[in-house]
Design a protein. Structure first.
Length: 230
């Protein structure tokens, strides 16, 4: 276990900071995913066909292509697009995109597609009488959604959002291709340096299992508290 010691003799501190990075990317991506879900869920439920098609296109496209491809397109393709725009204004130097931001955004887009479907299903599960009652009481669409529909939607969505969280947490391993030092990237560096890949990749798997277990415990407590409050 000397390989996991903290300090110059081991890789414990590096793996610890890499774990914090993984948690930071996961939380940031989940928040970005929520934002995308709040934008695209109304589109998928819209009575206007064009908006409905646009919302369906987003969820179908993102869920239909490999997650790694989304990251490649945004990280490498995004850098190329920015450099092209910069060249129009006479700037020809290499522009590097921040790995944390682009990685979180890429995973957030993926998370948002799944969260959108969760929110859509939750809203469709709410009794139509709730919508009719809000309309009869004279509430605006905005007020009726955020005061009446949204709390019920969140209550129904929490169990499935826990699955989205697990997907998001595990997908962070894919952004190691951007050079961001998270769990998988640090495990690769350590295994290459020590020539002991089995040990470090096993430790990486154990860390992900611990993170998943602890996060599910927290989500279950939150779910129980939210349900009792409702």
């Amino acid at each position: 276990m000397e390989l996991l010691a903290f300090g110059k003799t081991g890789w414990g501190d590096e793996l610890f900071y890499a774990t914090l990075m993984t948690i930071a990317v996961s939380i940031t991506s989940m928040l970005i995913g929520f934002l995308f879900a709040l934008i695209f869920t109304p589109l998928k439920l819209s009575k206007y066909k064009f908006l409905n098609i646009f919302g369906n296109f987003y969820t179908t496209l993102i869920r239909g292509v490999p997650e790694l491809l989304v990251i490649y397109l945004l990280f490498f393709g995004g850098s190329g697009a920015i450099m092209y725009v910069a060249s129009i204004f006479g700037y020809f130097e290499y522009i590097e995109i921040n790995a944390f931001l682009i990685g979180s955004f890429a995973i957030g887009i993926i998370s948002g597609a799944y969260s959108t479907e969760v929110f859509r299903g939750a809203i469709q599960s709410i009794d139509k009488g709730q919508f009719e009652a809000a309309k009869v009481l004279g509430f605006s669409k905005f007020t009726s959604f955020y005061k009446i529909i949204f709390p019920q939607m969140l209550r129904l969505a929490i169990p499935n959002l826990s699955n989205v969280w697990q997907i998001t947490l595990k997908d962070t391993s894919l952004i190691s291709v951007t050079g961001l030092v998270e769990i998988m990237r640090q495990s690769r560096i350590a295994s290459a340096f020590t020539r002991d890949p089995l040990f470090f990749y096993s430790i990486a798997g154990l860390i992900f299992l611990i993170l998943t277990f602890l996060s599910m415990k927290l989500i279950n407590k939150f779910e129980a508290k939210f349900m009792n409050k409702g």
